[in-house]
Write a protein that binds this ligand. Structure first.
Ligand SMILES: [Zn+2]
Ligand SMILES: [Zn+2]
Ligand SMILES: [Zn+2]
Length: 143
């Protein structure tokens, strides 16, 4: 994971726009999420925060992630693992492919589910506000 400390300023601003004080732990969590190319778990986030010299325990990080999720900064993603993963919500909407052999996670762009959403809305008289869709299989390298 690359370290881009000069992005600190943007992180602080981002926190301010959702009326959160820029504490070192919050900045570290946001930073970890902005740096990540794939959805990351809490252990990875803690590692990143600690690598910046911030002492934060798991409970603190979980609390920050819950606040970030409520504020719409972070999306939680569940890949049928015994843990949650987190991704920065600023990324354009996309899905993921997970290799079940090596665990590689790749972004999948070009979603065509919106047509299906319209069909569901018409058929059932409901309003669809979001969907989750993840793909599982074997990556090109493992095949
Ligand atoms: Zn693989
Ligand atoms: Zn992603
Ligand atoms: Zn979609």
């Amino acid at each position: 994971m690359k370290m881009t400390y000069d992005a600190d300023h943007d992180c602080a601003l981002e926190l301010r726009t959702v009326r959160l004080r820029a504490t070192p732990a919050r900045l570290g969590v946001l930073h970890a999420l902005e740096d990540a190319d794939t959805p990351i778990d809490v252990a990875t986030i803690i590692g990143h925060v600690r690598s910046r010299g911030v002492a934060a325990d798991e409970a603190t990080i979980f609390r920050i992630l819950r606040v970030f999720t409520d504020k719409g900064l972070v999306k939680t993603i569940q890949f049928h693992e015994d843990k949650m993963r987190f991704e920065h919500a600023g990324k354009p909407s996309h899905h993921h492919f997970v290799c079940e052999k090596c665990g590689m996670i790749d972004d999948v762009v070009g979603c065509t589910v919106h047509e299906l959403e319209k069909i569901i809305e018409k058929k059932k008289g409901v309003t669809v506000t979001r969907h989750t869709l993840e793909f599982f299989g074997v990556c090109a390298r493992c095949r």
